[in-house]
Design a protein around this ligand. Structure first.
Ligand code: FAD
Length: 507
């Protein structure tokens, strides 16, 4: 070990971000340094955050978690994507599935060929028929991807819905098992080095002092260290992402155990429905500028498909990101680093990324500023790409039937997004600024789902024989239907999996 090596890391906060960070660092650092996590039950956690992106599987795998054990312990279900209802206009329904719309054709995205055929074949099947994730989800079926039919049965991915409290508890077990020390207490004061300004220790209300070399701020919206100490600043994006409130309430599980999240557009925002094994999570994300909390609660409760398990819980937020997530020896991960509202479930993914980048650019005690600069560049850039993708949903809808939707139609959007929309509208091409973020297929799902049909298509697709192409799409559609139809019902798949995990534990 170098003389400058970090000897002690202090993680402030024990929500999803804190315990994911603790589990990630304790796994990667293999007891090379001491790790302490401080949390205060008095303050509690936001307690929401139940839908994820497929990258969570890589995160869990890096921790060495067993999938069946994870599914059992967190009451999880599988997620093939998101069904959007009433977003383009009332009555409209489309699906954002995790995966492609069939194999590439001559190195070009299949949608470009589909657009060509669609011009002549008015009865060309909807592009959704070529997405295996979508077709499987619509039948409430689930099975993991396999190599059985190349280009079809491996052309999708999946994520999970889980109980956020149980996930944090599970990771706490993992992290403490790998040497992380948990301390319960309320942080009331922070000590800094008089010359460098580095944080040297945090003090608890009961008089305990916890010193450290690296401080990870997972304290939630308040940003206890990153904002409280360093005044890192916040880019407020609420003019483009106007939702600033949420009400969340679980309800009894219903028979409709979907392998997907449902997002339904409402007058002042949208509601979510997330099925878990033991209950269904629900919430209404809205702008308090366009409705009252009482009216929002009525919309939420009237839309439940099971008995509410308690009173709705209120949350407020400002969509945006911290100007810098890493300042001196403090790194903000989780809500302390920013929040873009839960549409498309990107927050936990942001936590995974930040942990990955912290490990990639892990410092020594001299904290070379270039490491922080690179970390901040990557985090900022990812926030911007995700921001654009979420704004896209609000901007291109045809809905004008309430104040929120009229506001969105007229609001200014980033030039980067404007360019993406124009390019697609005019030519059918999708441009990506971040190849590790949302894919071409994800953008297509939203653009076409919300009714944007390009005015022209890629002229090079005309080089292929029209009839052969038509036959190709028919074959892909049939293969997708066959593979999806063979998958077990989601309910059965989960039940079998959980039973197998329980049996393995007893054996
Ligand atoms: P918190 O959960 O707030 O944890 C903060 C921790 O800091 C707590 O342990 C607290 O005790 C501690 N703390 C704070 N101050 C002190 C102090 N003074 N002393 C000691 N301890 C202190 N994300 C998704 O990926 N998918 C979703 O579907 C999703 N849905 C969401 C819906 C809503 C309405 C909201 C608001 C968020 C949603 N998120 C979602 C985001 C997700 O909930 C968060 O990213 C995740 O829970 C991480 O939160 P956190 O750990 O950063 O903060």
């Amino acid at each position: 070990m170098s003389e400058k090596a970090i000897r002690k890391i202090v993680i402030v906060g024990g929500g999803s971000a804190g315990w994911m960070t603790a589990a990630g660092l304790s796994t990667m650092l293999r007891k090379a340094c001491e790790i302490v996590l401080v949390e205060s039950p008095e303050i509690g956690t936001v307690g929401v955050g139940e839908a994820t992106l497929p990258t969570i599987r890589y995160f869990n795998r890096a921790l060495g978690l067993d999938e069946t054990e994870f599914i059992r312990k967190t009451q999880a279900s599988y997620k093939l994507g998101i069904e959007f209802k009433d977003w383009g206009q009332v009555g409209n329904r489309f699906f954002h599935g995790f995966g492609s719309f069939g194999p590439q054709i001559e190195n070009r995205s299949p949608h470009l060929h589909w657009l060509r055929l669609k011009q002549d074949f008015k009865d060309m099947p909807s592009y959704e028929n070529f997405s295996i994730a979508t077709v499987m989800a619509r039948q409430n079926r689930f099975t993991p991807p396999s190599a059985e039919v190349p280009g079809i049965s491996d052309a999708y991915s999946y994520a999970y819905h889980f109980d956020a409290g149980l996930y944090a508890a599970y990771l706490r077990e993992v992290a403490t098992g790998r040497g992380v020390q948990r301390i319960e207490g309320m942080i009331t004061d922070v000590e800094q080095h008089p010359e460098t300004g580095f944080i040297t220790a945090i003090n608890l209300r009961d008089g305990r002092r916890i010193d450290g070399d690296l401080f990870v701020d997972c304290s939630g919206f308040r940003g206890l260290l990153i904002e409280g100490v360093y005044k890192a600043g916040y880019d407020d994006w609420s003019a483009m992402l106007p939702c600033n409130s949420a009400l969340a309430v679980p309800c009894e599980k219903s028979a409709n155990f979907t392998p997907y999240t449902t997002s339904t557009a409402r007058d002042a925002g949208w509601t979510w429905r997330i099925p878990l094994q033991h209950r269904t999570g629900n919430g209404y994300v809205y702008s308090k500028e366009f409705t009252s909390d009482d009216a929002a609660a009525r919309v939420l409760l009237d839309g439940l498909d099971g008995k509410a398990l308690g009173e709705p819980r209120q949350l407020r937020f400002t969509a945006g990101r911290r100007r810098k997530s890493w300042v001196k020896n403090c790194v903000a991960i989780g809500l302390s680093g920013g929040f873009l509202e839960p549409l498309e479930s990107t927050s936990i993914n942001m936590i995974e990324n930040a942990i990955g980048w912290l490990i990639q650019f892990f410092p020594e005690r001299d904290f070379q500023p270039s490491l922080a600069n690179e970390f901040n560049r990557l985090v900022s850039q990812r926030y911007e790409f995700v921001r654009d993708f979420i704004i896209l949903h609000y901007k291109i809808t045809d809905r004008r039937d309430s104040e929120l939707w009229r506001y969105c139609a007229n609001m200014a959007i980033p030039d980067t997004l404007q360019h993406q929309i124009e390019l697609f509208r005019e030519t059918g091409r999708v441009v990506l600024y971040d190849h590790e973020g949302f894919s071409v297929s994800s953008h297509l799902s939203i653009l076409m789902g919300l009714g944007v049909i390009p005015k022209s298509y890629d002229p090079l697709v005309n080089l292929l024989d029209f009839n052969q192409l038509h036959a190709h799409f028919r074959n892909v559609r049939d293969a997708v239907a066959k593979v999806a139809g063979r998958a077990p019902l989601h309910e059965d798949y989960v039940r079998r999996h959980v039973a197998a995990a329980a049996a393995a534990r007893l054996a």
